[in-house]
Design a protein around this ligand. Sequence first.
Ligand SMILES: Nc1ncnc2c1ncn2[C@@H]1O[C@H](COP(=O)(O)OP(=O)(O)OP(=O)(O)O)[C@@H](O)[C@H]1O
Ligand SMILES: [Mg+2]
Length: 438
Amino acid sequence: MITVSNLSFQFGGQLLFKDVDLKFTPGNCYGIIGANGAGKSTFLRILCGELEPTRGEVSIPSTVRMSVLKQDHFAYEEYTVLDTVIMGNKRLYDIMKEKDLIYAKEDFTDEDGIRASELEGEFAELNGWEAESDASKLIQGLGLTDDYLYLQMSDLKESEKVKVLLAQALFGNPDIILLDEPTNGLDIDAVLWLEGFLADYFGTVLVVSHDRHFLNDVCTNIVDIDYSGIKMYVGNYEFWYESSQLIQRMIKMQNKKNEEKIAELQNFIQRFSANKSKSRQATSRRKLLDKLTVEEMPASSRRYPFIGFDMDREPGKEILHVEGLTKTLNGQTLFKDLTFHVFKDDKIAILGNELATTALYNILNEKDTADSGEFKFGVSITTSYFPHDNTEFFEGHKESILDWMRQYSKDQTETYLRGFLGKMLFSNEAVFKPVNVL
Ligand SMILES: Nc1ncnc2c1ncn2[C@@H]1O[C@H](COP(=O)(O)OP(=O)(O)OP(=O)(O)O)[C@@H](O)[C@H]1O
Ligand SMILES: [Mg+2]
């Protein structure tokens, strides 16, 4: 259980939230949502004690063990995967290391013997004998094989490190788990496994995510950071979304009604206040008017990007034909005899391992060639490519976002480019930020 009382936080002059009172209880999974920069990560950092609140307090019983998904992907380079996962339970890890040191001694004293037996007792209590098989279950659930346990973290790809760090956060049945955007960089199978794990979890889970499907599947409550406050709603994301839209609509409708009424009363007062016989009526209407207020709509920090594109010309029915495409990489077959047809208005999800999907996309965009087979886009089709790895677009670039964008645009005017960037929420001064600091 986590109890947050009267919590306020500000960075410099910027107030993120104030007067927050919340309780988080076991068996629930809380989805933390809010705009970029609303303060989601900051809130988690306050809960785990990494940041001091400006006012108020967070209380967590001392017997409770809390686990946090580490954000630094390179923090455990010199450790093995197994050690990294077990470090999720710091006490257990320390006991294992101290035990190893004692048993490695050549002159084993009586004191060492006593210490060792104490450690063995605590080790057993913490389920130490199961540690390796528990770690193995977690990393296998996330799609890594058992052999990974004995590899060095520095030998892993970043997408694999992310999985190990997630396994670390889930290891050893912590009472509270804090996860900041855990699905970033995970493949779909790993996301599904994580959903299953969290859905059944006995403890208290707080998870920050921008992925509404994930939030819908795992959350029992939604915690919304907006309007400089933090509010909790029972239910999943969809329920929160629908009800918050409804509340906004109701405030708007009520405001509209009140505005109309106010205008009508003002009109009446103006017309009749000079008229003796009607003046008493006008006075009573004036009293009514004083009671009517138009509530100020709270200003939300949410901004939604507009992602849309106009086609140069309407495409024909046939978009793409792929016929018998085969690709191998270092002797491994990525795909073989791949044949499919894409027609206008199709919406297609391409699933598969990262190597294979990237290779297919690179071939379709002529960045790579297939071993055999062919593909053909419809005659009037023009394409553009958003690759998984976008470093080459930014490497060595120091110009502003505005100038960077200009190289891809037919219309070179600042007004057009600003309008375009504005749809992606880069507004005002933000368009002058150098692209390499984003
Ligand atoms: N150390 C810091 N000093 C000053 N301001 C900071 C610091 N860390 C974060 N901020 C500011 O605090 C605000 C909240 O940041 P935070 O990282 O908590 O947002 P978030 O909700 O997690 O956003 P995102 O969805 O982008 O991850 C932002 O405006 C950020 O610029
Ligand atoms: Mg964040």
